[in-house]
Design a protein around this ligand. Structure first.
Ligand SMILES: Cc1ncc(COP(=O)(O)O)c(C=O)c1O
Length: 392
């Protein structure tokens, strides 16, 4: 991307920031939108209709970003809420099953299924990963006619490989199951067309590649499917009413169209202001361009770290790679340290060299954002080379 884009992110010059998979650096226009929102609230109290209009703009922009329609998008506060709203609203029967690959899922896309096992008597079918990938064949083999839902990450939070969403969704459809995608790690970084992928639902929040704040997110649900679902949580904005939001109209309960029925109560209007500004930036750059850029930098990083004989997950660059590069042996480990003492030592050295990265599932995780540049990649490679040389 060009230097003017990087200049919108003052944090990009403060450090080598390779941690968008935890949270992005916030760009200046997002800070300004938040400040404007607060200023209006502080000086004039704010106008609810105007604030709701901002929410609707974000709904439309987000729909545009994934090839959906606005009435297929619910507003949520985070990924988990989207996953839960959708998961709990399906018409489960005891003995139905959900198929997932828990080793590659964030815990927030695991707990709810075990909770549904307790609440509704469903079966949780766990499939083992294959070399850091969600294995299409094993996922397919785990499905049967009692499979109601298959859930996958679009890109795993570690080691960060791209899931074959199309292949898995096609297999799910064949047994009459729906596909739910945890897209926390990809929306805003990778082009996404829900129709082309053949998926039924998708959840994301805005603090990562959507470049905005915590506490705001989106849930996509395919319109024909959403219209058949009974939302487990219900409040004013999920009800089809032509009255003011504070009016209670007795009579037949009608849900709002499509995914709008999943909107619950007032919105995080501050989060919407931030997301609106970020979505405007992404629209102006084009996500296709962002994707080419971040994948190019990630591929370069993977190849150059592999050249240093570091254990890059998945090896050299390839079609599996998105904007995340992991180093180390995946699987074990905790959040703040790797199992391998050498990786902990490398992590300490990189941190001391001004590089911001993460440890997830026992591996070092570098995640590239639109604000990074070739120089950032070179600084990581140089620091890693220095570490190697010191260790002899
Ligand atoms: C794949 C994935 N899902 C979910 C989350 C977080 O979920 P939530 O927004 O509900 O906190 C993260 C990261 O924080 C993630 O990487």
């Amino acid at each position: 991307m060009n230097p003017e884009i990087r200049a919108l992110f003052p944090g990009a010059e403060e450090q080598v920031y390779l941690d968008i998979s935890a949270r992005a650096l916030v760009p200046e226009p997002v800070r300004a939108a938040i400040a404007d929102h607060l200023r209006t609230r502080m000086l004039r109290g704010g106008d609810k209709d105007a604030m709701r209009a901002v929410v609707e703009e974000t709904r439309s922009s987000f729909a545009g970003l994934i090839g959906a329609r606005p009435d297929e998008i619910a507003i949520t506060k985070n990924v988990s809420e989207g996953l839960n709203l959708f998961g709990t609203s399906l018409p489960w029967e005891p003995g139905d099953n959900v198929v997932l690959c828990p080793a590659l899922e964030h815990p927030n896309n695991i707990y709810l299924w075990h909770n549904l096992a307790r609440l509704r008597g469903i079966e949780v079918r766990s499939v083992a990963p294959d070399g850091g990938h969600v294995p299409v064949d094993a996922m397919r083999a785990a499905m049967d006619r009692r499979t109601r839902l298959v859930t996958i990450p679009s890109v795993s939070f570690a080691p960060g490989f791209i899931t074959d969403m199309k292949g898995i969704a096609a297999a799910a459809r064949r047994v009459g199951a729906v596909t739910l995608v945890d897209a926390a790690q990809s929306i805003g970084a990778l082009r996404t067309d829900v129709e082309e992928l053949g998926i039924d639902a998708l959840a994301v929040a805005t603090q990562k590649c959507l470049l905005a704040e915590y506490g705001f997110g989106f849930l996509y649900v395919r319109r024909e499917l959403a219209d058949t679902l009974v939302p487990v949580h219900l409040a004013r904005f999920g009800v089809a009413l032509d009255a003011h939001e504070t009016a209670y109209v007795d009579g037949e309960l009608r849900y709002a169209l499509g995914a709008l029925r999943f909107d619950v109560g007032n919105y995080n209007y501050l989060g919407a202001a931030a997301a609106g500004a970020a979505l405007e930036l992404l629209e102006s750059w084009g996500v296709g361009r962002v994707e080419r850029f971040v994948r190019h930098l990630a591929a370069d990083l993977a190849d150059r770290l592999a050249d240093l004989d570091l254990p890059v997950a998945g090896g050299r660059s390839g079609s599996h790679l998105a904007h995340i590069v992991c180093v180390g042996k995946s699987g074990g480990g905790r959040h703040y340290s790797a199992d391998d003492p050498a990786m902990n030592s490398l992590h300490r050295h990189l941190k001391a060299s001004g590089i911001r990265l993460a440890i997830r599932s026992g591996v070092l995780r570098f995640s590239v954002g639109v604000y990074n540049n070739e120089e950032d990649i070179s600084r990581v490679v140089e620091a890693a080379r220095e570490w190697r040389a010191r260790r002899g």
